[in-house]
Design a protein around this ligand. Sequence first.
Ligand SMILES: Cc1cc2nc3c(=O)[nH]c(=O)nc-3n(C[C@H](O)[C@H](O)[C@H](O)COP(=O)(O)O)c2cc1C
Length: 205
Amino acid sequence: MFFEPVNGMRPAPLTHNPLNALVCPRPIGWASTISHDGTPNLAPFSYFNAVSADPPYVVFAPNAASADSAKDTYRNLQDIPEFVINLVDKRLVEAMNATSGNYAYGVNEFAECGVEAAPCKIVRPPRVKRSRAALECTVFEIVALPIGSDGRQSHVVIGQVVGIHIDDELIVDGKVDEARLDPVARLGYFNYADLGEIFELRRPD
Ligand SMILES: Cc1cc2nc3c(=O)[nH]c(=O)nc-3n(C[C@H](O)[C@H](O)[C@H](O)COP(=O)(O)O)c2cc1C
């Protein structure tokens, strides 16, 4: 089939928007922020990726449920433009999912979902203590995308990575061992995947 998204994202026979199932697997950035009064917030985002290794930059996209509402993460970044991307491994997947609940603005998901926090070195939001890796970030720019056919407003948050935490146990012969990181990835719908088989492919000279 072929379709043009200007006519909506679910033409027959599709019953769901297919994009997340097409662009997969996606890493999960578990983003911590703080509000203007210092209350922490924690939520997962799979519209997340690294876009530059040196200097290190990441992006993630909080999508509002409607044009006149905003995700707490986005609201916090307007006030305190700092965040932490906590990487999600299999041990953390249930806790990560719990923090995606629709909690009222001002609810601290660390406390609400029993996720232990640890202080950061440079930015004000806390990190997830059990995450094997975490990226301390400052906001470089926030780009507003056009409102979608479902009325949702997306913003792309571009962050500069200003500090990197790595569990020493991940480092083998000077490299991060991805199998030890054991990241969980998001697919379409409610599906997830683990790393599966890892293989090497060298680039041509
Ligand atoms: C694995 C996973 C990935 C998600 N990815 C996104 C995403 O990329 N963008 C988004 O807006 N919401 C995403 N969500 C939903 C948000 O986590 C959820 O709406 C959350 O309540 C937002 O929290 P906040 O209002 O505290 O910012 C995702 C949820 C899960 C479980």
